[in-house]
Design a protein around this ligand. Structure first.
Ligand SMILES: Nc1ncnc2c1ncn2[C@@H]1O[C@H](COP(=O)(O)OP(=O)(O)OP(=O)(O)O)[C@@H](O)[C@H]1O
Ligand SMILES: [Mg+2]
Length: 374
């Protein structure tokens, strides 16, 4: 019987990642001990907290990695829980030893593309677009997060079908994940369907905490689902994330496009870029293959032209997403159509927009804050 070496076990463990942090457990101080008896291996792993929602995944991934070693016999994986001191060390190793929380996405050199999904009117499909684009991007292998910035009208966790709560490691908030997307929402911090009744400064503080205290890891893309209109939250986002680009959602209706223009033109005051326009609820495909323009047509093009004129930059229509009952059902049951119906024309439209977003490159170097912080 062959002898398994400790270095072989450690090297196997270096391929096991903490699913929330996205780094190998060997780098996170999570391997408590390795014991080898001939070909039998025992590994003890530290969990960040006792109620770690990822416990089963971590244990089974660790077991699988060790079992992969040639000549290994039985493998036993047990767990222990980090002390407060270990959690503090972990936090320092992940975020540095700063007392003041920083917003990683606003730092020079951040490579995360940040898109704020906005509209003038309510109910045009901002949250639906956010959730479907996020899951489509995650399915392409990108690391994606959603910040539900609609404090009063939060809907992201429901649309992603998640009732998981975040947990805390030292002073970091670990965001729940669903369909490969990390998320944070005020829904995670209120009981049931309780309403949030806050004034502007509280809203600002909540968004700030979501950006700085949540451990997002290395995101390729962060999507912010904004409430409708040009209120406090839009200004907060512009102040905290001057590099965030706006994605304007409108229906094809002329009146909706007029209102959407106001949401887009806020970018002139905040010095933010408008990445493009998404026309949602465009012509519905009927069972006989004909189409029906329930909300008219041309709204997306109209607002893209107007915003191009206003901003002096090319604001494209990134895509038109049809009115589709399956998309509505996907949101209601928490299974986004971008995942559940990969071959539908609606998903194709969403994927095309996701491709456009994934390709764009932004540099925040030299961007200045266009708003005075009051
Ligand atoms: N393309 C579509 N086809 C069918 N239904 C849709 C489509 N887009 C959105 N909906 C439905 O329209 C309703 C409003 O969508 P959603 O909540 O995404 O809009 P919103 O702009 O985020 O609203 P709010 O302004 O209230 O935050 C939801 O019931 C959603 O399922
Ligand atoms: Mg919404």
């Amino acid at each position: 019987m062959s002898q398994v070496t400790e270095s072989a076990v450690r090297s196997a463990l270096s391929r096991v990642e903490d699913p929330e942090i996205g780094k190998p457990i060997t780098e996170l101080g999570m391997v408590k001990s390795v014991a080898i008896d001939g070909s039998d291996v025992q590994v003890e792993v530290y969990l960040t907290i006792a109620a770690c929602p990822m416990k089963t995944t971590i244990v089974s991934n660790t077991e699988a990695a060790v079992k992969d070693i040639e000549g290994v016999g039985t493998v036993q994986v047990t767990t222990d829980v980090m002390s407060d001191e270990q959690r503090r060390e972990l936090r320092v190793s992940l975020r540095g030893n700063t007392a003041d929380p920083v917003i990683p996405f606003a730092q020079p050199g951040s490579t995360t593309r940040v898109y704020a999904v906005a509209s003038g009117k309510g109910g045009v499909g901002k949250s639906s677009m956010t959730v479907n684009l996020a899951t489509a991007l995650a399915a392409k292998g990108l690391s994606v997060g959603i910040l539900d910035a609609d404090i009063y009208g939060h809907s992201v966790p429901g649309m992603l079908g998640s009732d998981a709560r975040p947990h805390q490691v030292d002073d970091m908030i670990m965001p729940p994940q669903a369909h490969g997307v990390k998320m944070i929402s005020i829904a995670h911090f209120v009981e049931g369907n309780a309403p949030v009744v806050w004034r502007g400064p509280m809203l600002h503080r909540a968004i700030q905490q979501f950006l700085s205290d949540v451990f997002w890891g290395d995101l390729d893309i962060l999507l912010l689902d904004l409430p409708p209109g040009t209120g406090d939250i839009a200004i907060t986002i512009a102040q905290l994330l001057p590099n965030a680009e706006l994605l304007i959602v409108t229906t094809p209706q002329a009146a909706a496009a007029d209102v959407a223009e106001r949401a887009g033109s806020i970018s002139l005051q905040t010095n933010q870029k408008v990445a493009g326009v998404i026309e949602n609820m465009s012509a519905m495909v009927m069972p006989d293959g004909s189409t029906m323009e329930v909300f008219g047509s041309g709204g997306g093009e109209k607002i893209a032209q107007r915003l191009s004129m206003l901003t002096g930059e090319d604001v494209p229509v990134l895509g038109s997403v049809p009115l589709d009952p399956s998309l509505r059902v996907g949101g209601d049951v928490g299974n986004p159509i971008a995942i559940s119906e990969p071959y539908s024309p609606t998903t194709a439209a969403i994927n095309a927009i996701a491709d456009a977003l994934a390709k764009r490159k932004v540099s925040i170097v030299g961007k200045t804050l266009g708003l005075g912080v009051k």
